[in-house]
Structure formats: C-alpha cells, structure tokens
Write a protein that binds this ligand. Structure first.
Ligand SMILES: Nc1nc2c(ncn2[C@@H]2O[C@H](COP(=O)(O)OP(=O)(O)OP(=O)(O)O)[C@@H](O)[C@H]2O)c(=O)[nH]1
Ligand SMILES: [Mg+2]
Length: 463
C-alpha cells in the first residue's frame, strides 16, 4: 500500500464551477519538479531546489511559450506539509476551462488525478494524523451545525486520539510487565501487581463506558434529528413547519388535507441539526393522492427520532386523538397545542392529565405565542444532559469507533476477569494483546486496506 505514495497526485481542491479563485493541489515526490516546469515569473524558471518551504509565489502558469493564467502558488516542503510530502497549491482563476487546462498540463508532466480523500489518506499513511483525526477532517467538511463543527474541530485537534492513546500506552506497559514476568518466571521475579492492574482496567472500563454511553446519540447528531410533524388535518402542522424554518416552504390553507407530500428541511437550533418533516394530516380518506400522503406520513412518523404532534386546541377532543397518542407510546413525543389565540376547547392541563409524562407546549402560530418554548423543548428533548456533556467533552463517536470501542470494552473486561481468576501469565498476555490491538484499530495504528478505502471514499476529490 505504501507503494502508492510514490505517485504524484493532483486535484482541484475547491468546488468546481465559476469562482473568484480555484485551488489546485499537487503532492508527491515530483510536485516541485512539476511546478518548476509550468510556473514562470518574470520569464524566470525556478529549479526544484529553489522553492522555499511555506512561501507564496506570484507568477504565471505557462505551457511552453503560452501563458495560461496569472496565479499565486504556495509551496510546502515535506515532511512539514498536510500530506507529509512536497505539496504545491496553485490559486488560479475559477473557471472550468482554465482549471481543466492547468490540470491537463500537470497530468502531462507526470501527475495523476487524486482519488477522493487521497491527500488526507497520505497524511494518515505518512503519520501526520491518525485515523480518528482523518475521520474528523471529513466530519469538518460535512459539518452542518455549529456543534458538529466544534466536535469535528476538537477531534481533529486530537482530543479523542490522546484519550485513546493514553489508554493504549497504559495497556502496552501492562503487557510489557506481564511478558517480563513470563520471561523471568524461573528466576522468581514477580513485578506484576494484580490488584493495581485491576484498578487500572476498571479505569479503562469507566472511560470506555463514558465514551460509549451516548452511542445512540451519534447518528442523529451527525445526520440531524428527524422530527416528524404529524397530527390531524388542519391542525396547523405546515404553519408550525414554516414558522420553525423561518420561510413559507409548505402550502398553508384552511382546506383540510392541503399537505400530501413529506417536506423535509434542515434547521439548526442552538447549534444542533434537526431535519423537520411536514406531513399530510392523519385521517382516513378516499382521495387516492391524499391516502398515499397519509402512508408517507405514517412512515415518516415511525422513522422519526422525535414526534411533534400538532393538535388544534380550538377543536373538540376526539377519541381518534386519544388512540393516536396512545399508539405513539415508546416514541419521544412533544404535543404542540396550536391555535391558542382562538377560543380553546382543549387545555394543556387536560392533555397532560390524560397522558401523564407527555410534554405539551401551548402555541399559536398566528400570535407567535409559545414558539420559543417549543424550540427549547425540541432541544431539551434530543439533547438535554447529553448536550452538556458534548459541550464539555466535545466528543461524539462515529459508528466505526462505537463498534471498535464496544469490542475493546469486552476485551478489557475479559482481561480483568482473567486477572481476577488468577489466570496464567500466558493467558493474561493473550488477553492484553487482544485488547491492545483493538485500541490500535481505533486510532489506526493497525488497519486494513478495506478499512481505509471505506473511510476515505467518504471524502471529496481534492481533500
Ligand atoms: N387562528 C389560528 N389559525 C391558525 C394557526 N395556525 C394555523 N392556522 C390556520 O389553520 C389552517 C390550517 O393550517 P395548516 O398549517 O395548513 O394546517 P395543516 O395541519 O398543515 O393542514 P393539512 O396540511 O391540511 O393537514 C390555515 O388556515 C392556517 O392559517 C393559529 O395558530 N391560529
Ligand atoms: Mg399541511
């Protein structure tokens, strides 16, 4: 795999299309030679040796005697660069034809097109960052909320890596002691303190537990909490959807059955990403199109992380409402009692007493009453305690780490049991080695080609 590091690769690192500036990146052993062959300033070419580290050069990209574009060019010499290899970033004008022309010129000088994530993959293979940090690069690029950005930033800075590396180092030391005892057993040297080892392992288990306890939070944190806005027709679902979005995205009319499709829009509240879904009013209907809409609403509802059930407070309570709310048992549900500006026939107290434990917020889209409280309730519901923890620790595991660290926890548990049961040193060594391997899989000290492909395929070209 390291063989692939010998290629010089290039790609456009900014989005394609028209822009003020576009950045083309080149990295690899021939990056500086290629630059020398295509860059000219005042009719002077620089040799490979002349390019200075962390310098910005102004000049022209030239193809033989033809000048192609006026550019700025940043030079980072390896190993002190993003990829660990000589790297060049050419800032040219942002035009597709021009970019293609320059890229073709670079190809003709021996570079090949970089694959998605290949620059970051090189950074990993050259030991500039570990796998956890490489994943954070993708997270940072894809971050859609402020909290996602902060978490990705801390992860890139190595907060999580350091935590896991500390555990791995400690375990490595323990393994060393166990192995030393195996070697010197005949001489009667016994430096292995079983009780102290168990205390250390308990600390590992606590740390892993803490990291894993919010696993269920991981997916919605990354992808956004799916909030299904459901309820009877005409309750004001689309009105609430629009109000939370801050734009008139969904059609609102007094005609019951206005919404048929599921409309999905992301919003960010207090740095948290939500995906709001406006749905068709739940009712039995003979209208074929509306009935498809109701089916879609049902599936949005069952796949939601949180149900926002909208009820018209000015309409009488129905047995259907009771049945519906009962059927939501087990799903996180907030009831928005809407149209509080009208003479009301249902009070929040009535709903709460019928359904103890249910969160009810009185709102009126017309007057704006209760909408801030509704937002707070949404945040509280999905985040609550966990948000405080994230704000403090800035760690949210991804699914790969959840699965590896869960296995690590099992292995550490097994090692602890072996200590407790007074297992022979060979068994202790075996258990410790296995646990250590899992820590190393987490940070990427140990990896497979498949794993890397899987991770870096999530990246865009040019990163
Ligand atoms: N007085 C009052 N009217 C409201 C309020 N919210 C919505 N409405 C009105 O109620 C009617 C229905 O609103 P929608 O938002 O379309 O209701 P919906 O639940 O999406 O309806 P369907 O899509 O048909 O299921 C419209 O005429 C709105 O103007 C409110 O807080 N107060
Ligand atoms: Mg609607």
């Amino acid at each position: 795999m390291l063989g692939e590091l010998h290629d010089t690769i290039t790609a456009l690192s900014t989005p394609a299309g028209e822009s003020g500036i576009a950045v083309i990146r080149i990295t690899g052993v021939e990056a500086l030679d290629i630059l020398s062959s295509i860059f000219s300033c005042n009719d002077r070419r620089r040799s490979r040796e002349e390019w200075q580290h962390q310098r910005l050069y102004h000049g022209f990209v030239v193809d033989g005697s033809e000048t192609i574009d006026e550019v700025m060019c940043a030079v980072m010499r390896g190993p002190d660069s993003y990829t660990g290899q000589d790297t060049v970033e050419i800032s040219c004008h942002g035009n597709t034809l021009l970019i293609t022309r320059i890229l073709n010129l670079i190809f003709s000088r021996g570079a090949r097109c970089a694959e998605g994530g290949e620059f970051t993959k090189r950074a990993f293979l050259n030991g500039k960052i570990d796998l956890i940090q490489a994943e954070a690069v993708a997270d940072l690029i894809h971050a859609r909320s402020e909290l996602q950005r902060k978490v990705a930033h801390e992860q890139l800075a190595g907060v999580l890596s350091r935590k896991i590396n500390r555990l791995a180092d400690e375990l490595l030391e323990m393994l060393g002691t166990i192995e030393a005892n195996i070697d010197f057993i005949e001489e009667g040297i016994d430096t292995l303190d079983v009780q102290a080892s168990i205390i250390i392992l308990d600390r590992h288990l606590r740390t892993l537990e803490e990291l894993l306890k919010d696993s269920s939070f991981s997916k919605p944190f990354r992808e956004g909490y799916r909030v299904a806005i459901v309820g009877p027709v005409n309750a004001g679902k689309s009105s609430i959807f629009n109000r939370l979005l801050g734009e008139n995205r969904s059609i609102v009319t007094e005609v019951p059955g206005t919404t048929r499709d599921v409309l999905r829009e992301p919003i960010v509240l207090e740095g948290l990403l939500f995906v709001l879904q406006d749905t068709a009013g739940l009712r039995g209907t003979k209208d074929r199109i509306e009935s498809i809409g109701v089916d879609l609403a049902e599936s949005a509802l069952s796949g939601a992380d949180l149900v926002l059930f909208v009820v018209d407070a000015s309409a009488p309570w129905t047995s259907e409402l009771s049945t519906r709310l009962e059927s939501l048992h087990g799903q996180q549900t907030v009831v928005a009692l809407n149209k509080m500006d009208l003479p009301i026939r249902i009070t929040p107290d009535q709903v709460e007493s019928r359904f103890p434990g249910l969160s009810v917020v009185a709102v009126s889209v017309r007057t704006g009453e209760g909408l801030e409280e509704l937002k707070k309730t949404l945040i509280e519901f999905v985040g609550g305690e966990r948000l405080n923890w994230i704000a403090r620790e800035r760690i949210v595991l991804n699914s790969r780490l959840i699965s590896i660290l869960a296995k690590t926890r099992e292995r550490i548990g097994a090692l602890r049991r072996s200590f407790e049961q007074g297992a022979p040193l060979e068994i202790l060594a075996l258990d410790a080695r296995e646990a250590l391997q899992h820590y190393e899989l987490a940070t990427g000290k140990r990896y497979t080609a498949d794993l890397l492909d899987n991770i870096f395929s999530r990246f865009c070209i040019g990163k």
